[in-house]
Design a binder for this molecule. Sequence first.
Ligand code: BG6
Length: 489
Amino acid sequence: MYSLVIFGASGDLTSRKLIPALYNLFRKNRLPQPIRIIGFSRTPMEDETWRNKLLETTRQFTGNLFCETTWSTFAPCLYYHAGDIGNTDSFTSLSALLNQFEKEHQSEVTETHRLFYFSTSPQFYAAGTEQLGVTGLSTESLGHTCRVVIEKPFGTDLESAKKLNENIHQRFDESQIYRIDHYLGKETVNNILVLRFANAIFEPIWNRNYIQNIQITANENLLIGRRAPYYEKAGILRDMFQNHLLQILTFVTMEPPARFDAKAIRDEKVKVLQSIRPFTEEEVLQNSVRGQYRSYRDESGVKKDSQTATYGAVRLFIDNWRWKDVPVFLRSGKGMPCRSTQVVINFRQPPHSMFSGTLSDLMLQGNRLLLQLQPAEGIQVHFMTKIPDTEMKIRTSELNFNFKNSFSGEMPDSYERLLLDAIHGDASLFARSDEVEAAWRIIDPIQKTWDEGKMPDPEFYESGSTGPVQADRWIESFDENWFDLCPLV
Ligand code: BG6
């Protein structure tokens, strides 16, 4: 018997992502049975009222995958429990409800699995896990598991992340904790592991001898809109770098794990994060730039003199044998010309050019491997070819692989993968406590230098442009260029 409790049942994430993902898993027969999904929030509501609300939002967010008949068999799994996350009585009654469900099914199944999903504001994570502990809901026994899933942001800096880890560890063992980063549920992010470790041709050249630089970009055309109260405090580093960009970086740069299991993978990720050179203030000034889209200060809830960055670029170095002196550029911005998350591996030029002194030599470029993570999911290899019917003139050509053309069906949303893994107790795609802390250790000095006014103010850029002009000059100062591609669709 599986019970999934969602704290923050009336929030946006629940209706936009969690319930549609659970509905899709149910539709594909992937959800274990029997299962109860219990929404927990303050507003008193009948089960039926919650189901009706979710019917509308799930229809909206699953689009043409929605089917009334399937919904009518899924909806009876949904229950609602009104409660206050800081109140012991609310958890005692929740516990009684879970016991009752399990009793109803005890003749069919003896094992019981409970998953508590914190989709609340982060300030409630500690209080909620504490109440689960107080009421005995965190205790596992033979044939009975209890897990917590914690949404991002996990802390706002190293100190708060450590404190939160300490609080949760008072009630839950690390093996019960699933810290979610939805980028790790994206098929194309997982495909980085397959590309690197299920093929023999890439790994031998995946190092400082062949790679000149790595660029990881997560750009969005979205503006901040209604999220200003959160975003004003977070900014681009906390919102995108500490989690999503560094997670992608670990997949691109970690050593091959011995096995595809949670410990082996997470050990390698932590090792690479710990090898990233921590910056002094002086180094932050040299190795980062920031910007703000011009209309940001007009958004409701944003201070008129806000220094919050909506664009950032950082140059990191991984001090280990594989990556010594290979710059890794991370970049993310809101209000960009298009949504595009990509990894660009820029290879070195051939060590010696036989075309030296000719026009061809001038056209020679290093090879490039482009991993388009979203939205036009695919992989491209850029290489030099001779232009037919010319003297020895050359230019860059592309080999293009596109998931859409090669596989049928819709790309699943990342929450489907992650919810299923958490339900089944596979933590490979969730961040461990030391991993989260290692990521904050990298971001903290940058954020601190930015916050303390040691940097020039964020440069304004027009929304829809490619970001601050300074970001181009900055990368050019290292004799590099951004490789940009608005996605091929
Ligand atoms: C979230 C950030 O974690 O990721 C948002 O808080 C951002 O600011 C979002 O827009 C991007 O996610 P995706 O899956 O749309 O790339």
